[in-house]
Ligand binder design. Structure first.
Ligand code: MG
Length: 301
């Protein structure tokens, strides 16, 4: 047994079985202005993530360290992979969601709805039926810091894009939807509300039933304090791992806060990666961190 325990806070005995007290919280690299949108590319053995204000997507590998994947990136934010491994990205600057094909070509998946431009797509997940779900808050057009200050044309909705290209606003009652994730069996959809820029709206995660194929319900599942659930991921037991102002919070499927990984910078987003998806990669303001967990993430591939 070794390593520091000082970066864990446990609130429930279950948390002790999810973390390893001899696994360090490692800072892998830094120097960013606002890092977000991590996605593990298992086949390439690398992590991709956005440095939004610097208009670039970065790549980190254990062997080489940090390099540039794409710059300019249209102020890209959240990323995921679709069911055949292609990169799907939210872009603030171009106000669209794109897919990077295997040959590197960029395909536009969504850029407008009912004749109006999207705001600034923020975070994205792909369901097993191939549908693409993304949040569209206003953060990327509210200032020139993470995109281009522009007029908002649409409410801050969550959209679903069918594999046939049909687009649908599926959640329309959010202040600012942000991180989103399906439960392991896809019976539930979790969506974070991080509130309007400059307002003190509630920072919480809502839960929706997916029994009918479309989200129903939407009760508040968990209130994040301090900070916000800018990004969340699910482990194989259905626990939620969410960004927060003081680190990463682990929340049980019943909504109980089990414990925290304290990170020295405000955390924006997280993803599971590594050989067994047992490593938690953490984008936190100016730095990229990683910690090994005793739990595997539900994540492709
Ligand atoms: Mg986000």
């Amino acid at each position: 047994m070794g390593g520091s325990m000082s970066f864990y806070e446990s609130y429930d005995p279950r948390f002790g079985t999810y973390v390893m007290f001899n696994a360090p919280l490692k800072k892998l690299c830094g120097g960013f202005d606002w890092a977000e949108g991590p996605v593990w590319m298992g086949d390439a053995g690398c992590l991709l993530f956005s440095d939004i204000p610097n208009n670039r997507i970065l790549r980190w590998t254990p062997e080489v360290g940090l390099s540039t994947y794409r710059a300019p990136s249209n102020y890209a934010n959240g990323h995921t992979r679709d069911r055949v491994g292609r990169l799907v990205s939210c872009e603030h600057g171009s106000r669209r969601v794109t897919r990077t094909e295997w040959d590197g070509a960029i395909t536009v998946i969504a850029e407008g709805y009912q004749g109006k431009r999207l705001n600034s797509p923020n975070d994205v997940v792909v369901k097993s039926d191939g549908s693409i779900w993304f949040s569209d808050p206003h953060y990327g057009i509210a200032t020139d810091y993470e995109g281009y200050q522009s007029l908002q044309e649409l409410p801050c909705n969550v959209y679903r894009v069918d594999p046939d290209g049909t687009m649908e606003a599926v959640l329309t009652d959010f202040n600012c939807p942000n991180g989103l994730a399906f439960s392991p069996d896809e019976s539930l959809l979790y969506v974070a509300d991080t509130g309007r820029l400059g307002h003190s709206d509630a920072q919480h995660i809502r839960v929706f039933s997916m029994a009918s194929g479309r989200p129903k319900g939407g009760a508040v599942f968990h209130v994040i304090k301090p900070g916000a659930s800018d990004g969340l991921r699910i482990d194989s037991d259905g626990n939620l791992w969410s960004s927060a102002g003081d680190g990463v919070h682990c929340i049980a499927p019943d909504g109980t806060l089990l414990g925290k990984i304290l990170v020295p910078e405000i955390v924006s987003n997280i993803c599971f990666g590594g050989r067994a998806k047992h490593q938690l990669y953490i984008t936190a303001t100016t730095g990229l961190y990683m910690i090994a967990l005793n739990r595997r993430g539900v994540q492709l591939p």
